[in-house]
Design a protein around this ligand. Structure first.
Ligand code: ADP
Length: 428
C-alpha cells in the first residue's frame, strides 16, 4: 500500500470516528466553503450561494514541510501570504478557518456563517454516482476506495476529518471526480482482461476530471441555448492532467482516463495510452523496481518525456520558437492524441454538435487549439483562426459555416462543488 494510504489509516485512529453533524445554526446559511486537499497543498474558496458569488480564495502550500505558507485573497483585495508552520492537514485547515475569519481580509465574522463545506474527493469507485452528504457510512465507503487512489484519496480524507473536528456542527458534502462518468456503459468501461479482475478488484475504467467535464458540458448547452439532452458534446479538459469525454444527451458514454488518471491523452508528465508490454520490457532492460516504473510513467513521461524540456506548454512553445524540434514533436504528438479521441468519440456518438476546450492548455493555448482543429473540415469542424486568438473567456471559436460548434469555456470545478454542496444541505 502506498505511504499516503498507510499514514491515512494512522491518522483516522487519532482523529477517531467521524462525527455526525448536528446543525445548530439554522438551515439557511448561504456561504459554502470549498476544500480541495492535496498531499502537500490545499486550495479553498468561500462562495455566497445567494448569487454564486466568490468571496475569497486561497492556496496552502508545503503542508508538513519547512516553509509552509498560506496565500489568501479576499476578492477585490491584494493577496496576503503568511509563512506559518503547518505540520499536517489539520493545521492547514485551522489556518484556512483563521484566514476566512480575519477581521480585515476575512469574509465571515464567525464559522456560524459557513453553512456547509464541500470537499473534492478524487475516487469514489462504483460507490457513488453523485455528490453525497458525508456521514460515517460515506467515510467508510471512501476508505474502501483508498486502494484505488492511494495518492489522492488519503489527503482528501484528511481534509474531511480535519474539518469535521474543527467544525463539528457543519454539514459536509463530498463531490467526486469519478461520479459524472458512472453513466458509462460496460462496453466503454470494461477492459479486455479476465472478467474476474473486475469482480475481485474493481479493475475497470473510472474516468476523472468529472466535475470539470460536467461543468463545461452544462455551460456549452447554456451558451448554445439548446437542452443538453438534445446534444452530443465532446469535452476536452487539457491541463497538466488531460482527458476527453463523450457526452451524449447529458450522459458520459466514454472518457479517455481509465482505472487511474494515467490512461488516455499524452499529458504534461504522464504517458497516456501505451502498449502495456512496454512496461515489462523497460523494467527488465533498466532493472527497475515497480515504484520507479510508476514514477517514470507518471512523472517523467508525457510532453516532458518527449521534449526533454518541460511539462509546461508555455516553455515548450518558447523552445519551439528557438528551433527545438523535440519540443515541436511533443506538441504535435499531444495534438494528435486529442484528435484521435475526438474522432473516436464522433464514431461512438454517431456525430457531434459541440467540442469544448477547457483547463490550462485548452483555455489559454491558442496554438494548441489550432493544431488540434486543423484539417477536420470533412467532419464539419472548422476553427475560426481570428476568433481563436483569445484566452480564458467563454466564447465560440468556430467559423460561421462550421457544422460543429467549437467552444472555449474556463472550467470552474469549485463552483460545481459549491452548487452540489449547497443543494444537498440547504434543507437540512
Ligand atoms: P492542473 O490543474 O492539471 O495542474 P491546469 O489546468 O492548471 O493544470 O493547467 C496547467 C497547464 O496549463 C500548465 O502546465 C501549462 O502547460 C498550461 N498553460 C497555462 N497557461 C498557458 C498559456 N498561456 N499558454 C499555454 N499553456 C498554458
Amino acid at each position: 500500500m502506498a505511504t499516503n494510504a498507510l499514514i491515512y489509516k494512522k491518522f483516522r485512529c487519532i482523529i477517531g470516528k467521524a462525527n455526525l453533524f448536528k446543525r445548530e445554526n439554522g438551515g439557511n446559511v448561504m456561504n459554502v466553503l470549498v476544500i480541495n486537499c492535496g498531499s502537500s497543498s490545499l486550495k479553498y474558496q468561500v462562495l455566497d450561494m445567494t448569487g454564486e458569488k466568490l468571496l475569497c480564495k486561497g492556496l496552502v502550500e508545503r503542508i508538513g514541510m519547512e516553509g509552509s505558507v498560506i496565500n489568501h485573497t479576499k476578492i477585490g483585495m491584494d493577496k496576503v501570504s503568511t509563512v506559518v508552520p503547518m505540520n499536517d492537514h489539520k493545521d492547514a485547515i485551522a489556518q484556512v478557518l483563521a484566514a476566512i475569519q480575519d477581521p480585515e481580509t476575512g469574509v465571515v465574522a464567525s464559522l456560524d456563517e459557513i453553512g456547509a463545506v464541500g470537499h473534492r474527493v478524487v475516487h469514489a469507485g462504483e460507490k457513488f454516482a453523485d455528490s453525497v452528504v458525508i456521514d460515517d457510512k460515506v467515510i467508510a465507503a471512501l476508505e474502501e476506495c483508498v486502494e484505488l487512489a492511494p495518492l489522492h484519496n488519503p489527503p482528501n480524507l484528511y481534509g474531511i476529518a480535519a474539518c469535521q473536528e474543527l467544525m463539528p456542527n457543519t454539514p459536509m458534502v463530498a463531490v467526486f471526480d469519478t461520479a459524472y462518468h458512472q453513466t458509462m456503459p460496460p462496453k466503454s468501461y470494461l477492459y479486455a482482461l479476465p472478467y474476474e479482475y473486475y469482480e475481485k478488484y474493481g479493475i475497470r475504467k473510472y474516468g476523472f476530471h468529472g466535475t470539470s467535464h460536467k461543468y463545461v458540458a452544462q455551460r456549452a448547452a447554456a451558451m448554445m441555448n439548446v437542452d443538453i439532452n438534445d446534444l452530443k458534446i465532446i469535452t476536452c479538459h487539457l491541463g497538466n492532467g488531460a482527458s476527453v469525454s463523450a457526452i451524449k444527451h447529458g450522459r458520459v458514454i466514454d472518457t479517455s482516463m481509465g482505472f487511474t488518471p494515467l490512461q488516455g491523452l499524452v499529458m504534461g508528465t504522464r504517458c497516456g495510452d501505451i502498449d502495456p508490454a512496454i512496461v515489462t520490457y523497460i523494467r527488465q532492460k533498466e532493472n527497475l523496481p515497480q515504484g520507479k516504473a510508476n514514477e517514470i510513467l507518471n512523472k517523467k513521461s508525457g510532453v516532458l518525456g518527449i521534449s526533454g524540456v518541460s511539462s509546461d506548454f508555455r516553455d515548450l512553445e518558447d523552445a519551439v520558437a528557438e528551433g527545438n524540434e523535440r519540443a515541436a514533436l511533443a506538441l504535435e504528438i499531444f495534438a494528435q492524441k486529442v484528435r484521435f479521441y475526438i474522432g473516436a468519440y464522433i464514431a461512438e456518438m454517431n456525430g457531434v454538435d459541440a467540442i469544448v476546450f477547457t483547463a490550462g492548455v485548452g483555455e489559454n493555448d491558442v496554438n494548441m487549439r489550432e493544431l488540434i482543429c486543423t484539417d477536420l473540415g470533412n467532419l464539419g469542424i472548422k476553427l475560426d483562426i481570428m476568433r481563436n486568438k483569445v484566452r480564458g473567456k467563454e466564447t465560440f471559436v468556430n467559423t460561421e459555416d462550421s457544422k460543429v460548434k467549437l467552444l472555449l469555456i474556463p472550467t470552474n470545478e469549485e463552483l460545481m462543488i459549491a452548487r452540489d454542496t449547497f443543494n444537498l444541505t440547504k434543507n437540512l
